[in-house]
Each structure stands twice: as structure tokens, then as C-alpha cells.
Design a protein around this ligand. Structure first.
Ligand code: ATP
Ligand code: MG
Length: 465
């Protein structure tokens, strides 16, 4: 049961001592100080806050004086939104002065930030009512925007005029989707309409900020519901989503349109449980699920017999994924892994060891674990006829396990023979050594030789001579 206004939060996740201490110090110095933002929301939901932010009526210089007088080390980040960071044994705590945002002319950052002594004014610049709650050091919750009621009802509502708020900072549109996906909040209608109306402004937002929110959206438990409702908004960032919406795949292997299939796959990616937090999905898998079939519309063809097909869509999807993730400046490893999963999501080999071994080598044995999960989710989002592929996935999985148990290797460098060995057999140092190793590796994968040193040496001699 979520406590109401002026009720205290039960102590499932107590307020850290250092946070109470700083609140106490600021109050003793004659200022107001509260815990604000996500921590209050999370505590009310019975979740463990990942950080405790403090807001205070003291201006940054005054905050620093209070900390200095108490001998608390701190960093002056005042130029960054009026924040001072206190360094404590329990971690860093950000103390931000109450502020009102000035005019926004670029849809991204306020032109100026003004400090205020009024918590009411500070609260009004916050994005959503559930994020505009504040809490005294004894755990008493304060609410002037109706956030506790919205939290109880599971409603995400902009503070103030939604269109004005999304116009000021379009990132809030994606934040709304992320909170809805993570917590299962229903986005209130006026708020949702304003999100749609302001969606074009997302083009002004930096790639890095979009990437963080997009990750949050796809990893949340309610990702598919949020994307189903907000597909037009998401299409501003990923235009291919609009092409998939309502796209009839016209094959007997599918019984829903392309976007609905994608969302069913996303739903099929398992949620991982985390103590004190909402369940969430592996980001690489969740992103791969969202992007895996985006290449379908451009690959759609009807053959001479009148049968529809989308051959080549995994490669088209890989290209779309690569462009998008590079544009959004995702880390290289993340992009590579997602692209590999997209490229391989439709690869099903005959039930033969060499064929499966080859896939494992190309994908990598660790990422193959994720490929299996994606393929299972993909198959289960097909029509009953399409689900027959499950047999193929099962034998591929069995063969992959047998290979693992037998101590198989997945790269030429892991063979029981080295480049030095090849050279000592008379091969000139240089690219030829690599070529010999590659040939040995091919022979190994195709089952012609095993990874035994004497056999490899013998085979190498044959290749060189
Ligand atoms: P999380 O659990 O994801 O950290 P959070 O609500 O704490 O969620 P933060 O980004 O840490 O989110 O921001 C802290 C608080 O600052 C928010 O709760 C909200 O009140 C305010 N806030 C953050 N970003 C914005 C924004 N773009 N517009 C308005 N208010 C914001
Ligand atoms: Mg936070």
C-alpha cells in the first residue's frame, strides 16, 4: 500500500545516515532541505532508490559553507544546475539549490537557471507529478502536484501544461516512455497527446541523451505496451518503426503485422529480477528484439508464384541497426553485438555438427547464448505453422551443447598449434602463416581433423608442402 501525503514511509529501505545528517545540518543553519525526485517515488513504491538527491533553499555558496563548517568534503559543481556534491562514506550526495528554469529557446536546456527560496517553485519545474514529490528527513512525504495520488493510481502526468513542458525539453517525452515502461504507469491522455504533438522536437535532442532513454524504454517490463501506444513518437528516432506499423507480412508463417510481431518478440525476451528494483531485460537482447525485423518492409517481394517473401531482411535489418546505433553513439561493443544478433536471427542450419559449429564461430560462443534466446522469442511470435521452427532451434541448441562439452574451440588462435609451430615446419613468417592456420581451422570445423597437436602438425606439413 502506497503511503499518502504527510504519511511516513515504512522503513524497508531506510534513509542513509549521511543523507539525514546533511538534511539536519542544512536545517540547523536555517534552510529548508528535502529528499527529492526519483528516491521519493521509489521509496513509495517499495523499491530501493539508487541515489538520494537533496534539494535545499540554500544557494550553492551557502550549501558549501554549511558543509565546510561541518568538515564534510565536497565538490563545487554549482555551475552545473546549482549542484554541490558532498562526499561521504556512503557515497556522493548531490545537493541542488531550489531553482526555477529560465526560458527555453533550444528545446534542450534552459537559457538560465535562477535560484529560489521556494520549494513550491522548485517542484513546478520537475517533469512528472510522481517525480515532483519531496520528503522530510523523518520520511514525511510532501506533495503539491498530486503525485501521491497519481502514484497510487499508476498514472504518469506532466507537471503543469504538458505541451509547454515537452516544448521546453523534448527529452521529457522519452523519459515519460521510459517511466511508463519501467513502472507500468499509464500515461495520462493530455500528457500523451502533448507528447505526440511535440515529438518532432526530439530531433533537437543529443544522441547520447536519446540513447540512455531508448535503452530504458526497451528494457522495461512494459516496453511493448508503451511502444504500441507511442509508435509514432518512436518513429521520429527510428523511422522504420512507422513502416512496420500495420505492415501485412502476407505469409502463412505469421499471424500479425510486422510491428506486432516485433513487440511479441520483445515480450518474449525474459525479464531479469533485481532485488529492490523493477525487473528488466538484458539491453543487448531487448535492442536486438526491437530492431531485428526492421528490414522487412524494404525486402518485401512477391515471387512468380504469387508468394510473398522478405529474403535478405536480416542483413537489411543489420544495416538499419548499425546506422541507428552509430548515430545514437552507442558503445562499439553494444552495437556490434546487437548487429550480429540481428544479422543471425534467422539462421537455422541443418542438424549437422559442422554447420552449427560454424555459426558458433561466427557469432561467438558467449553471444550465441543470447542468439538462442532471441530466436526462441522470435519463433514463439510466429503463427502455429511458423512455430514448427522450434524443432530446428532445439537440435541446434543440443549440438551447441555437445560441442561445448567436448571442449570445442571457436577460433583458429585457440587450436593446439601456434604460428611459431607453423614457421618451425618451414613456412615463411608472414601472412602465409595465418592462411595455414585458417585452413587448419576449416578442416577442424568440418570434422576432418580433431584439435590434437600431433594431427594438426601433420596436417600443417601437408598444407605447407
Ligand atoms: P531514475 O530512477 O531513472 O534516476 P529520477 O526520477 O531520479 O529517475 P533523474 O534523471 O535522476 O530521474 O532526475 C531526478 C529528478 O530531477 C527527477 O525525478 C525530476 O524531478 C527531475 N528531472 C530530471 N530530468 C528532468 C527533466 N528533463 N525535466 C524536468 N525535470 C527533470
Ligand atoms: Mg535519479
Amino acid at each position: 500500500m502506497i503511503p499518502g501525503v504527510n504519511e511516513r514511509i515504512t522503513d524497508k529501505y531506510p534513509i542513509p545516515g549521511s543523507v539525514s545528517m546533511i538534511l539536519g545540518l542544512l536545517e540547523s543553519a536555517g534552510y529548508e532541505a528535502y529528499i527529492v525526485g526519483g528516491a521519493v517515488r521509489d521509496l513509495l513504491l517499495g523499491l530501493a532508490p539508487h541515489d538520494f538527491d537533496i534539494s535545499s533553499s540554500s544557494y550553492p555558496g551557502e550549501t558549501m559553507k554549511v558543509l565546510s563548517d561541518a568538515g564534510i568534503r565536497h565538490i563545487d559543481n554549482a555551475s552545473v544546475h546549482g549542484t554541490v556534491t558532498a562526499i561521504t562514506d556512503e557515497g556522493n550526495i548531490e545537493i541542488t539549490s531550489f531553482r526555477v528554469d529560465g526560458e527555453y529557446t533550444d528545446m534542450r536546456r534552459p537559457d538560465s537557471v535562477e535560484f529560489t527560496r521556494s520549494i513550491e517553485e522548485d517542484v513546478m519545474r520537475r517533469d512528472f507529478t510522481v517525480n515532483a514529490l519531496y520528503m522530510e528527513k523523518d520520511g514525511t512525504v510532501k506533495d503539491i502536484t498530486g503525485g501521491t495520488q497519481d502514484l497510487k493510481a499508476g498514472i504518469l502526468r506532466a507537471v503543469g501544461d504538458p505541451e509547454k513542458r515537452f516544448g521546453e525539453d523534448a527529452l521529457r517525452i522519452l523519459r515519460a516512455m521510459r517511466f511508463a515502461s519501467r513502472f507500468g504507469f499509464e500515461i495520462e491522455n493530455e500528457t500523451f497527446r502533448a507528447m505526440e504533438r511535440c515529438a518532432e522536437e526530439l530531433r533537437e535532442i543529443s544522441a547520447e541523451r536519446i540513447a540512455v532513454e531508448l535503452n530504458g524504454i526497451v528494457c522495461g517490463a512494459k516496453a511493448s505496451e508503451v511502444i504500441r501506444r507511442c509508435w509514432k513518437i518512436l518513429s521520429v528516432i527510428i523511422p522504420e518503426i512507422a513502416l512496420c506499423h500495420g505492415f501485412d507480412q502476407q505469409t502463412k508463417f505469421h499471424d500479425r503485422d510486422c510491428l506486432e510481431h516485433i513487440l511479441a518478440v520483445l515480450d518474449g525476451i525474459p525479464l531479469d529480477e533485481h532485488e529492490g528494483a523493477q525487473p528488466s531485460r538484458d539491453p543487448v537482447l531487448a535492442m536486438a528484439a526491437l530492431l531485428h525485423d526492421l528490414g522487412k518492409p524494404e525486402c518485401f517481394r512477391i515471387n512468380a508464384n504469387g508468394v510473398a517473401h522478405m529474403k535478405g531482411h536480416p542483413e537489411a535489418g543489420r544495416r538499419i541497426a548499425e546506422r541507428l546505433l552509430n548515430e545514437l553513439k552507442y558503445p562499439k561493443k553494444f552495437t556490434e553485438e546487437v548487429c550480429t544478433l540481428v544479422a543471425f536471427h534467422d539462421v537455422y542450419t541443418p542438424p549437422e555438427i559442422p554447420a552449427v559449429h560454424k555459426v558458433l564461430c561466427l557469432v561467438g560462443p558467449d553471444l550465441y547464448e543470447k542468439l538462442k534466446v532471441l530466436q526462441k522469442a522470435d519463433i514463439m511470435a510466429h503463427s502455429d505453422l511458423g512455430k514448427k521452427r522450434l524443432e530446428k532451434l532445439e537440435y541446434m541448441t543440443r549440438i551447441a551443447e555437445e560441442l561445448k562439452e567436448s571442449g570445442a574451440v571457436y577460433a583458429a588462435k585457440d587450436l593446439e598449434i601456434s604460428g611459431d609451430d607453423i614457421i618451425s615446419l618451414g613456412c615463411p613468417a608472414g601472412p602465409e602463416v595465418g592462411a595455414v592456420l585458417d585452413t587448419l581451422f576449416e578442416r577442424y570445423i568440418s570434422g576432418k581433423i580433431t584439435n590434437k597437436r600431433d594431427l594438426l602438425l601433420k596436417s600443417a606439413k601437408e598444407i605447407i608442402s
